[in-house]
Design a protein around this ligand. Structure first.
Ligand code: 2M8
Length: 428
């Protein structure tokens, strides 16, 4: 593997800034040059988190430009397209046709799906760590109403199971596209007729019909006019993902602390925290972990993935549940048998693939989330292992999109923004 073990903290920080500056469009950071030339939703929230301690204004600009893509429904889209390179990624604006929808913003083209609602936690992180307090407070006051709209949207239009959790309606909404957690749900879909293909498939993306199914799901939703009733009654993919909902819960906790800054009532978010926690425990807890629930097939995913640990982000998760999760996380099923933190899929699973995106490799953003979870549960040793192991990955292989969990070699894109931004946070 590439080894750059000699890179010290100062040099690593300078390299991280160089990546972020190269990927900066003037108002947003694209995930990576080439493959991802637009603004992605949770990528930008991780970038904002990474910038929070260093540049309050730029961290704020990242969130502001993302929320410029928010729909009137409250939905924050998973891609906000760059006007110049608009069709430089498939599916681009001509597929999503956001402008045909009356609730979409006029100034920008977007996708019609969302991604994990990390925004309130990112805003809280900026507010908590800002060097420039006045800018941070002004930012909270400006963005708070938009986050209220986003959370209302999730609680109403996305509670497709009626049990208090938000459902994702496409694997892209999880941010963990090809995770084995969706395999059974995708296989259960009706036969796919569309034959859309990405113009440039990276060599290590699986050559099967998964992308056609992704497209069929996206087009079905689009053709319904992005109709919430269609999602509720007809759309064939609806999954309650523990990572998406764990992040939602953590963002609700962030809103309870941001509400007084914005002059708002924290009460609704205190209730939301309780509601989501109970729903997670009742609906997704099974055999020592949280598992994704397929609402259409009425079953929990048999595969244990990195997403199973998402609810650990909840500060109020009962201690015995946290202890069970940590046992699995530290066992040979995940960290115990890998050289680096944390494989995105259980190593012993048949679907585990050390080289394939969300089916095995380690990701800086997932490690950062688990490190945050360890910190909120006062597990300093685990937090240290996660932080140090992640820095070792980027020090040795650079700011890659993801990494082989056994030998630490880099996979996917180079100069990947969230790997660089979260490195800045880990170095602080
Ligand atoms: C990957 O997802 C996109 C679709 O949204 C893709 O495969 O083209 C995922 O890793 C996702 O988490 C990430 O937000 C996106 C951009 O980095 O790439």
């Amino acid at each position: 593997m590439e080894s750059r073990a000699a890179v010290d903290d100062a040099a690593l920080g300078r390299e991280a800034w160089a990546v972020l500056d190269a990927n900066w469009t003037g108002s947003a950071t694209v995930p990576a040059p080439g493959l991802y030339p637009h603004q992605w939703n949770w990528d930008s929230t991780f970038v904002a988190i990474g910038l929070a301690r260093w540049d309050t204004r730029r961290a704020g600009t990242e969130l502001i430009s993302l929320l410029a893509g928010q729909w009137g429904t409250g939905m924050v889209p998973h891609i906000v397209f760059h006007p110049v390179h608009a069709e430089g990624y498939f599916p681009g604006p001509s597929v999503w046709r956001s402008r045909d929808h009356p609730a979409s913003p006029h100034a920008v083209c977007t996708s019609g799906l969302t991604q994990p609602p990390l925004h309130a936690l990112a805003l809280w992180w900026i507010w908590r760590h800002a060097a420039d307090r006045d800018t941070a407070v002004a930012l909270v006051r400006r963005l708070y109403p938009m986050l209220v709209a986003q959370h209302d949207y999730l609680a109403t239009s996305r509670d497709l199971g009626g049990g208090g959790l938000a459902a994702i309606v496409h694997p892209w909404e999880s941010g963990m596209d090809d995770s084995p957690a969706w395999d059974a749900s995708l296989e259960a879909l009706p036969p796919v007729r569309h034959a859309y293909r990405r113009s440039e498939e990276p060599a290590d993306r699986r050559p099967d019909s998964r992308h056609d199914r992704y497209m069929a799901l996206a087009l079905g939703y689009r053709d319904s006019g992005y109709d919430p009733a269609y999602l509720r009654d007809e759309h064939p993919f609806a999954v309650e993902d523990p990572m998406f909902n764990g992040i939602w819960l953590a963002s609700c906790q962030a809103l309870t602390e941001l509400a007084p800054v914005a002059g708002a009532d924290a009460g609704p978010y205190r209730e939301a925290v309780e509601r989501i926690r109970s729903a997670l425990l009742e609906r997704l807890w099974d055999d020592g972990v949280f598992r994704a629930r397929d609402l259409r097939e009425g079953r929990l995913s048999p595969v244990c993935t990195i997403g199973c640990f998402g609810p650990m982000l909840d500060q109020g998760m009962p201690g015995e549940r946290v202890a069970e999760l940590v046992r699995v996380l530290e066992s040979a099923r995940f960290m115990g048998a890998a050289g680096y933190p944390v494989p995105s899929c259980e190593i012993r699973a048949q679907q585990f693939d050390r080289s394939c995106y969300w089916r095995g490799p380690s990701w800086v953003n997932a490690n950062w989330l688990l490190r945050r979870a360890a910190a909120v549960h006062d597990l300093p040793a685990l937090a240290r292992v996660l932080g140090a192991g992640t820095l070792r990955l980027v020090r040795q292989a650079g700011f890659r999109e993801c990494f082989d969990p056994f030998d630490g070699s880099g996979r996917g894109s180079r100069d990947f923004s969230w790997s660089a931004a979260l490195t800045l946070d880990l170095l602080a």
